[in-house]
Design a protein around this ligand. Structure first.
Ligand code: SOE
Length: 395
């Protein structure tokens, strides 16, 4: 990668993606578009995509815009036209691929949750920190940090808009497995996914609450539940939709998790992560209440942020709805005129743009693997607490 001369063609940054399903498609959208909307010093080159099944991988390469494909992820590590490996596979393969990629000198972007266990996440973090010393960078894909309204909320909290944070109230509500006939996809199998609603969507709200407040959970108390014990074996899957056959298998992860915790900044935090919130599709909601005000967000209305100024005269008090689409809000200036709004996919474009900029500058990107490990420790503490009857458990 050489320096970008103003007016000259931008140097390329060769990318390999491992995985091509829901997250692969979402990240591909980022790789395709980041340099078209953001002024990046290098231009991502979508050189190779990898999947397990030849026909599906070839079709994904064509559909998602990758120049080449392979069914062996190790082969991408030998390629000189690959500087970045983007891991979009289920959690059981994150550690092995990330460790090998870092060892091969490739920058790594890894989907969340970082790993399936704390031990794996620790090994990955140690490897990432060693690799950073050699100029090899890594990041974990908590994409919601790149929602403009949430990036703006972070800025407001830093500027003191909520004062001392007392409450964090975070929910992640989905309903895609309410039907007991919905099949046993990989997200419902502990050996592949690590955990269920807790790790898949609870991880997002744990990360976000810590990102927004700059505080870390130190102890938690939690309870996990499974409502449906067996499901039809999956025959065909695509993203979150799938069909099942007559045979059934055991669900080995949680369907829902409720937990609360205390932070190192003295806040009390409550969380709910569930795939059984009938009627809620992707309601990732977070509210902060502090000594000077409050902030509230719901991803189902992702272009809006609700802000309460507790210092205003009570006569004028009330949550204000801010449409986060102005050119000086985070990320939005690269897109459409005010009010035209962004969607889920844009969070991935922003994630890739930030990652590419950091890699080009040699700046360690955030969230780091260490941040991913910390979230993993919280998830693990929630599981331990639940197993032990929901008592306070140190993170
Ligand atoms: C499925 O629950 C899922 O796709 C998660 O895996 C993602 O991380 C979340 O963004 C949307 O829901």
């Amino acid at each position: 990668m050489s320096a970008h001369k103003p007016g000259g063609p931008r140097p390329g940054l060769g990318v390999a993606m491992i995985g091509y399903a829901f997250m692969g498609a979402a990240h591909s959208q980022g790789w395709r578009n980041a340099h078209r909307f953001f002024d990046l010093p290098v231009r991502p080159e979508m050189n190779v995509i990898c999947g397990r099944t030849e026909s599906a991988t070839r079709a994904a390469a064509d559909k998602l815009g990758w120049a080449d494909w392979t069914t062996d992820w190790r082969r991408v590590l030998d390629r000189d036209d690959v500087q970045v490996v983007d891991i979009c596979t289920p959690g059981d393969t994150h550690a092995e691929i990330a460790l090998a990629a870092l060892e091969a000198g490739k920058h790594v972007l890894c989907e969340k949750p970082l790993a399936n266990t704390v031990a794996e996440a620790e090994e990955m973090t140690a490897a990432a920190e060693a690799a950073q010393g050699r100029g090899v960078l890594s990041s974990v894909g908590f994409n919601y940090r790149r929602t403009p309204a949430l990036a703006y909320a972070r800025r407001l909290v830093e500027e003191g808009a909520v004062g001392t944070v007392r409450h964090i109230r975070a929910h992640y509500l989905q309903d895609w497995i309410v039907d007991p006939e919905f099949p046993l996809v990989w997200r419902l199998q502990k050996d592949k996914a690590g955990s269920g609603a807790l790790g898949d969507i609870g991880a997002h709200v744990v990360d976000l609450s810590q990102f927004l407040t700059g505080q870390r959970l130190t102890e938690v108390s939690g309870h996990l539940t499974r409502f449906v014990e067996r499901r039809p074996l999956a025959q065909e899957t695509s993203g979150l939709s799938a069909s099942g056959g007559a045979e059934t298998g055991e669900v080995t992860v949680d369907d829902a998790a409720v937990f609360f915790g205390r932070t190192d900044g003295g806040a009390l935090a409550t969380y709910e992560a569930t795939r059984f919130a009938t009627g809620r599709k992707n309601a990732m909601r977070i509210e902060l209440n502090g000594s000077a005000g409050g902030i509230a967000f719901d991803f189902e209305s992702m272009n809006e942020l609700h802000v309460y100024d507790g210092t205003a005269h009570p006569r004028d008090a009330g949550f204000r709805r801010i449409l986060v689409t102005e050119p000086d809000h985070p990320y939005t200036g690269a897109w459409w005129p005010p009010g035209h709004g962004l969607g889920y996919e844009h969070t991935f474009v922003h994630e890739i743009a930030d990652f590419v900029r950091d890699v080009a500058a040699g700046t360690p990107p955030t969230p780091s693997f260490a941040d991913g490990l910390q979230v993993q420790r919280v998830l693990d503490a929630v599981e331990r607490s639940s197993a032990a009857g929901a008592g306070w458990t140190a993170v």
